[in-house]
Structures are given as C-alpha cells and as structure tokens.
Design a protein around this ligand. Structure first.
Ligand code: ATP
Length: 340
C-alpha cells in the first residue's frame, strides 16, 4: 500500500483544480490549493482542499516565494493550463518542488514552430500556414500571438480582405495565418502512462466560445447590418462522444505523438495531454494544437466519462487518473520516473 498521506497534492486554484484535488482526495492524498485572495470560495465550498494558501496575485514570483513551504510539506505540484500560463514555460524549468510531468516538453508545446515540427513528424495532418498575406488562396484564420482564448481572431478569404481587416488590430504582437478548416472541432483527451507504457483516451470535448457559438442565433442579414466580428473567447466546455469508428485513428495519432516526444526530450510526453483538431467532412483530422498537460475540456467528467467507465468501472476523472498514477509510482518505488 502506498503511503499517500506522506504527500500533499498541490495546484493553483483555477482551470482544472477542482477535479485534480477531488481526484487526489479520492486516491487518499492530502490536498492543497494555492488561491488568489478572494477566489478561494469554490475550493472551500466543494470541500476539495485540505489546505488553502493565499497569494495576492498568481505569478512566477508569488509561486517561488512559497515554494520552500511546499517543499517542507512534501508537496507534489500538478501543472495545468493556468499554472503554466502564470509561471511561464521558461520559469517552470526552475521549479524545485516535486512536479508531475516532463518540464522540457512544455517548450515544444509553447513554441509554435517546434510544436509544428513535432506534430508533423508524428504524421499528423495540420492546417497549412501561409507565410505572407499575398499567398492566401483559401479561407484562413488569423491568430494573434498572446491573444488569450482566441479573442479577436478573424477570418479572411484573400489578401485584400486580410489587409482590410487587419487594420482594426493596431497593437498586436504578431500573428499566424492558418488555413481555416471547415469541419467540427474535436478535442481528444489522452493519458499516457509511462509506468505501464499504455495510452488511454479519457474523453472528448468541444468548446463553448463567445461569440462564435451564438452568431447563428442572429439572421445573416442582421449579422452584416450590425457589423458583427467573430471571436473565440472560451467560456466553457461541452462533453462529446465520437463516432466509434474514429477511435482506432485517434489512438494511432496519440501513440505517434508520444513516440516522437521521446526523441525530443528526456522522458518524453507522459500523463494527460490533448490534441485539438478539426474533423472535416471527409473524416480527416487536422490538428492545430497540442496541450501537453491536463486541459479544461476534461472538466465535464469529474465523475468519469463514457470511456473511462468502460476501462475502470469506477468514477475516473483525468484529475483522479493523475493521482492514481502518482500512487502507483509510489507503490512500486518509481516516483522519480513521473516527476520532471
Ligand atoms: P491557445 O489554446 O493557444 O490559447 P486559443 O484557444 O486562443 O489558442 P485556438 O484554440 O487556436 O485558440 O482556436 C480558437 C478557435 O478557433 C477554436 O474554436 C478552434 O476550433 C478554432 N480554430 C482554430 N484553428 C482553426 C483552423 N485552422 N480551422 C478552423 N477552426 C480553427
């Protein structure tokens, strides 16, 4: 039996903290939530945190200030999307407290060029990138660097439209022009256990974005009259199951991405990750992004998904799956294999 009580599972109070902490408690760990002042209510109300630490504002600085305290408590930190965005992929490398997951892979995930090399080498199809507006010969989506949650992305069909529409965005930090794939977004949530060398598909989601998901509620004529502009600001996640015959292909894609990652960084990619794709009408997946950690799209499944039910016969969220992996590693004396 793993002595889970010797460890405390810690994360920042945001993103997927509820299911991470709940999952850790279900596996017998103590839990700690680092919250911004005034934002701890959900973690208290749902009873998922044994301890709460408060900071004025999330940042690399505020995290490093309390790191020694975390080390004393024998904490294992679980990174999630907000954790990485507040601390930054470079600063994450300096973390000394026990950290679940390989830190090196975050650099491959956060650098668009490296990410593209990794995914293309893994045999995934990706939307074409246009080097200049003059090359645009099909619908494209213009994505601004540092645009949190897809705010202000716009669509263009040719160079003329591009130049007209970009005028509205004066203070941007640069952009990428990407082929717009007409299809449906499917986000696949994987978990790769490097202890067992096994890849699992935990669940799927699609996003609920403002205002993209409500534009259809207004007649096309009115959209034009009021000069509506599409934005993709993420507001929530919608659960999804996919056509069963797509699963073999999705397992294959996940396995190839994991295999390639082993050639890029020390231990490779392990634990939860997500391939964000558009599926076109010919059933081809075009992947436009990888998240090399738990994604918020797993949040509808705190009690497990239809897929985890098949495998586990007990409630198994991605947060709980992480804690189960840590528990298994402690039991067999391989904790260092899953810490990065
Ligand atoms: P990040 O996760 O880096 O913050 P983001 O969430 O701001 O990125 P994306 O996930 O890249 O933004 O895209 C926002 C929305 O645009 C999503 O709904 C996605 O489905 C859609 N989208 C992105 N790229 C494409 C594409 N090439 N073709 C069609 N739709 C796309």
């Amino acid at each position: 039996m793993a002595n889970t009580k010797n460890y405390i599972i810690a994360t920042l109070g945001s993103h997927t903290a509820l299911q991470i902490l709940k999952g850790a408690k279900d596996e017998g760990f103590r839990t700690l939530c680092i919250c911004e002042k005034g934002k701890s209510e959900p973690y208290k109300s749902y009873g998922v945190a044994d301890e709460i630490m408060e900071v004025e504002k999330f940042s690399a600085d505020s995290f490093f200030k309390l790191e020694n305290e975390l080390i004393k408590k024998n904490a294992i930190v679980i990174p999630h999307g907000s954790f990485i965005s507040y601390i930054g992929p470079e600063e994450v490398k300096k973390i000394k407290v026990m950290h679940y997951g390989d830190k090196g892979i975050l650099e491959w995930e956060s650098d668009r060029t490296k990410e593209r090399t990794w995914l293309l080498d893994a045999g995934l199809k990706m939307p074409k990138i246009f080097k200049s507006p003059e090359e645009i010969d099909r619908p494209v989506i213009i994505k601004f660097h540092g645009a949190k949650g897809g705010f202000g992305y716009f669509i263009a069909n040719n160079a003329k439209e591009f130049h007209e529409r970009i005028k509205r965005y004066k203070d941007h930090e640069g952009y990428v022009i990407q082929e717009y794939i007409v299809g449906v977004p499917i986000y696949t949530h994987y978990f790769y256990s490097n202890l067992a060398d096994e890849l699992e598909i935990m669940s799927f989601d699609k996003r609920y974005e403002s205002n993209a998901d409500s534009i259809g509620r207004i007649a096309a004529k009115d959209q034009l009259d009021v000069g509506l502009e599409t934005s993709y600001t993420i507001t929530g996640n919608i659960p999804l199951v996919v056509r069963e015959s797509l699963l073999p292909q999705l397992f294959e894609m996940g396995k190839n991405v994991v295999e390639k990652s082993k050639k890029l960084v020390n231990k490779g990619l392990y634990g939860p990750f997500c391939l964000e794709s558009i599926l076109d009408p010919k059933l081809s997946f075009y992947t436009f992004e990888i998240s090399a950690r738990i994604v918020a799209g797993t949040n509808p499944y705190t009690n497990g998904s239809p897929y985890t039910w098949l495998k586990y016969n007990e409630p198994m969220s991605t947060g709980r799956r992480i804690a189960r992996e840590i528990k298994n590693a402690i039991e067999v004396g391989r904790l260092k294999d899953i810490l990065g």
